[in-house]
Write a protein that binds this ligand. Structure first.
Ligand code: ADP
Length: 576
């Protein structure tokens, strides 16, 4: 916008100067032409004067010749004087005018000759009388001279008429040209000035709008809850809002003009160099958590957002810094953490109470269940032959149900025990654990015609032997149960860094959908009915509880129809 406006202003000035110049020149031309016209009129008047002066002189001479009265000599002499004066005037015009000097040269001797003839006759009349003078007049020389003079003067007058009419036309033309040029230039100057005024008005309006926006922004910055600071690329503070005053304790007057290092603790000065470097490269910084130094040495935790300030041309000239005081946030987070901690321990206590209750119920159910199982067994054995087929079937079903309930109670007790008993942790060789676990599930393996392949390179881990046997027995049992026809199970270990071991139990069975992979580790969480896959839904809960109590982790990777890989992570004993 700057350049077009300057161009427009220059064009306007040039147009106005041109208008003045052309105006002056054309007016001068008009004036000059007018002067020439009036010169022509003067020349014509002089020619008239010359002729009438000559006529006056002749008339005076005739009167004196006839009467001898000296009063006639007065117009005679006035005529001579006037004719000299007119002749001189005409002579002075020959240079500037169209008057031809040749004509004047022809005229001058004729006039002299005529005046001489007049003077001679006057003299003769005075000295010798009327007759002597009359003789000269009668020769007719004087009349012929006068006729010649008249012819030349009227020729000169006609010449001047031609000049005059040319000058008149020129004068008119130059007047019209002047008017046309003046009008055109004046109009274009008016248009340019109008345009200039409208452009400068628009610029004024834009500047006013910019100022309004700037004031509104300034009000927002000033009323912001966050500290806002501007600095130049040397790190000198250029703006400091009210929130910055509250946060850092320095007033704007104290801070502006100072280095930003004023609020950077001595051990964090290097941060300022890094920040300045990033700004020069035009980079932004958001959520940069650090510590700043308030007036009086107080340290404040802040989160900084730093952005470069650019000119309209994109040149980086400084940075804006928004500092959020993290103290209230930190306080809030601590409160929240405390509350969560409190709730978690309440929940854990309630859970523990519930588990203890379930444990004691399961324990108390065991004795009557054993009684029922034993009595049903005795009924079958001792009185079986007295019962009909239906009676025997009922008795057998009591025995079966009591057996599966016993399994369930045993599982629950095992799970409950994991929550309550102290677990002694020592170095446990996983090769031994896996052998024992596989032995526990040997019947299942045989029944399903499956195969369990246990890698011999298993580590020694920090754990509890009986818990780990229980854990791996559950995983192997599941791998065989859900491993499809003739299940193939593979167990191996992977070392994760110097401290941890990952043990994998992999099958190629039915797999688990992703949405169930977490919940199957909960108590009684089963994905199938007891008819398809028998079980209690406690096995994986025991796995998770046992491993977590030993300080490890458990998880699964699986795809439906493509098998599952359960993993257990435990600290390695060798590394301890
Ligand atoms: P249970 O085996 O007695 O049903 P678990 O707690 O051991 O109970 O397992 C919970 C559920 O997780 C099982 O019912 C089964 O749906 C699923 N599951 C466990 N292991 C596997 C596996 N290797 N492949 C597929 N599904 C499995």
């Amino acid at each position: 916008m700057q350049n077009p406006l300057r161009l427009l202003t220059t064009a306007t000035i040039v147009a106005v100067v041109l208008a003045a110049g052309v105006g002056g020149f054309t007016i001068w031309r008009v004036y000059d032409n007018q002067r020439l016209v009036s010169d022509s009129y003067d020349t014509k008047a002089a020619l008239d004067r010359l002729l009438s002066a000559m006529t006056d002189a002749e008339t005076g001479q005739r009167g004196f010749l006839l009467t001898g009265d000296p009063r006639y000599l007065e117009p005679y002499e006035r005529g001579i004087a006037s004719s000299h004066e007119a002749l001189e005037y005409l002579a002075s015009r020959t240079a500037a005018d169209a008057l031809r000097p040749a004509r004047l040269d022809e005229l001058r001797p004729l006039i002299d000759q005529k005046l001489q003839e007049l003077a001679q006759t006057v003299e003769l009349r005075r000295t010798e009388g009327f007759e002597a003078a009359q003789q000269i007049v009668r020769t007719g020389v004087g009349k012929a001279t006068m006729d010649r003079i008249r012819a030349i003067v009227s020729g000169m007058d006609r010449d001047e008429d031609v000049v005059l009419s040319t000058r008149r036309v020129q004068s008119l033309v130059s007047l019209r040209t002047a008017l046309a040029a003046e009008t055109a230039i004046a109009l274009s100057a008016i248009v340019l000035v109008g345009f200039l005024v409208s452009v400068s008005r628009r610029r004024d309006a834009e500047a006013a709008e910019r100022e309004r926006i700037a004031l509104r922004l300034a009000a927002i910055v000033e009323s912001s809850e966050d500290a806002m600071i501007a600095k130049d690329l040397n790190g000198t503070i250029t703006a400091w809002n009210a929130a910055a005053e509250r946060l850092y304790g320095y007033s704007a007057t104290e801070a502006v003009g100072q280095s930003i290092r004023l609020i950077v603790p001595p051990d964090r000065q290097h941060e300022e160099d890094e920040v300045l470097g990033e700004l020069r490269r035009g980079e932004f910084l958001t959520g940069f958590e650090t510590v700043r130094l308030a007036k009086g040495g107080r340290l404040v935790d802040v989160s900084l957002t730093i952005s470069p300030i650019k000119t309209a041309a994109g040149e980086i000239i400084g940075a804006s810094k928004i500092a959020r005081d993290l103290t209230p946030l930190r306080r809030y987070a601590t409160d929240l953490e405390h509350k969560v901690h409190q709730r978690t321990s309440d929940l854990q206590a309630a859970n523990a109470r519930l588990e203890a209750f379930a444990f004691s119920v399961a324990h108390d159910l065991r004795a009557p269940l054993r009684g029922m199982h034993g009595l049903a067994q005795a009924l079958l054995e001792d009185y079986g032959n007295r019962l009909d087929a239906t009676g025997r079937d009922y008795a057998q079903r009591i025995v079966d149900e009591a057996t599966s309930m016993d399994v369930l109670i045993n599982d629950l007790l095992a799970y409950g025990r994991l929550s309550h008993v102290e677990l002694a942790v020592s170095a446990v060789d996983l090769r031994d654990v896996l052998d024992k676990a596989a032995y526990t599930v040997r019947d299942d393996i045989q029944r399903s015609d499956g195969h369990v392949d246990i890698d011999r390179a298993l580590p020694v881990v920090e754990g509890n032997r009986s818990v780990l046997i229980q854990v791996f027995a559950n995983l192997l049992s599941n791998a065989v149960k859900f491993g499809g026809d003739r299940p193939r199970v593979h167990v191996w270990a992977e070392m994760r860094g110097p401290r941890m071991a990952h043990i994998w139990v992999e099958d190629q069975g039915i797999g688990i959908a992703p949405e169930h992979q977490e919940r199957i580790f909960g108590v009684f969480e089963r994905l199938h009915g007891a008819e398809t896959y028998p079980g209690t839904g406690i096995g994986l809960a025991i796995v998770k509880k046992g491993i977590e109590r030993l300080g490890g982790h458990v998880g699964v990777e699986s795809q439906v129809g493509r098998g599952s890989r359960f993993w257990i992570e435990l600290p390695r004993a060798e590394a301890a």
